[in-house]
Design a binder for this molecule. Structure first.
Ligand SMILES: NCc1[nH]cc(CCC(=O)O)c1CC(=O)O
Length: 331
């Protein structure tokens, strides 16, 4: 073709049929992991003010919600507990209580909604009087003692029937320690999705309200979570966690870190997930609530961005809503 004829790239954008034919990324309900918040009691729901539309549910209502999500096509649910303040201690013993909220919920969902994959969070913050993901001694978040506690916590979750453990604590060596303990106890089928490239982020604020950790937290998490300026270090964390036995890896937060998602997928070619965190959810909801953006379109565009960036899936509080739109044929 003559170089003087400029390519008309709009030709393939002209109709919905043509656009669908050349669409590169796809978003499927299979890609969605739904994070939910648990609270005590029966028949209880509690609103999370900084996350409009998100509620904490008692175990019975969580089982019902899991069944509904399953019917909507969602394959995996991820549990986060709001632990009674009386049970939060410096050594975080409630974290490995077989009867804690998370473990009760795992067993109940396993029994009632057996085809739903159940994922957990492995970190001490919902059980820690100090609000940190590890044990605090003299102002320091101590690594190895925290790892020992995380192993106990992970084993209790495996025992309760979790399919996927999600260590989100960012202590060094926790993946190897958990993997070794799982193998030793015969839990060879329990998989690990490591929160591998997890950044010290302001976007977790609403989550800390949801699990009641904001008031407790003294200081910040910068001595264990990654510096938002560092991409290479994020990749080193992923390499290390894979080497230690992670089956899948996660980048967190999501949208401000799409460059990390892409680099992780390209470098390691392993199942790669992003966590669209509470603050990302809250921003979209708040702007939509004010009429400043179209909430549905912003939600779907943000989820598609993760797929385009190479993610295999995404943890999102929008999962039920997005599932509904996908099933209704959203484009
Ligand atoms: N280890 C706890 C944990 N697991 C998931 C999130 C954040 C999720 C969200 O913001 O939606 C956090 C908060 C934190 O690290 O402070």
């Amino acid at each position: 073709m003559s170089a003087s004829i400029a390519p008309r790239l709009r030709r393939l954008r002209r109709t919905p049929a043509l656009r669908a034919m050349v669409r590169e990324a796809r978003l499927s309900v299979d890609d969605l992991i739904w994070p939910v918040f648990l609270c005590d009691g029966t028949g209880v729901t509690q609103e999370v003010p900084s996350m409009p539309g998100v509620i904490r549910r008692s175990v019975d209502l969580t089982v019902a919600a899991a069944a509904e999500a399953r019917d909507a096509g969602i394959r995996c649910i991820c549990l986060f507990p709001y632990t009674d303040f009386a049970l939060r201690t410096d050594l975080c013993e409630e974290a490995w209580n077989p009867e804690n909220l998370t473990n009760r919920a795992i067993r109940a969902i396993r029994a009632e909604v057996p085809d739903m994959a159940v994922m957990t969070d492995v970190a001490l913050d919902p059980y820690n009087a100090k609000g940190h993901d590890g044990i605090v001694r003299d102002g320091e978040i101590v690594n190895d003692e925290s790892v020992a506690a995380l192993v106990r916590m992970a084993m209790a979750q495996a025992e309760a029937g979790a399919d996927i453990l999600g260590p989100s604590d960012m202590m060094d060596g926790r993946i190897a320690a958990i993997r070794e303990a799982l193998e030793g106890a015969g839990y060879i089928h329990v998989s690990i999705m490591s929160y591998a490239a997890k950044y010290a982020s302001a976007f977790y604020g609403p989550f800390r309200d949801a699990v009641g950790a904001s008031g407790a937290l003294t200081g910040d998490k910068k001595t264990y979570q990654l510096d938002p300026a560092n991409a290479d270090e994020g990749l080193r964390c992923v390499a290390r966690d894979l080497d230690e036995g992670a089956d899948m890896v996660m980048v967190k937060p999501g949208m401000p870190y799409l460059d990390i998602c892409r680099r992780v997928k390209d470098s390691f070619e392993v199942p790669t997930f992003a966590y669209q965190v509470s603050g990302e959810y809250a921003m979209i909801r708040a702007a939509a609530g004010n009429g400043w953006i179209d909430g549905e379109r912003a939600m779907m565009e943000s989820l598609m961005a993760f797929r385009r960036a190479g993610c295999d899936g995404v943890l999102t509080y929008f999962a039920p809503e997005a599932a509904r739109l996908i099933r209704a044929g959203w484009e």
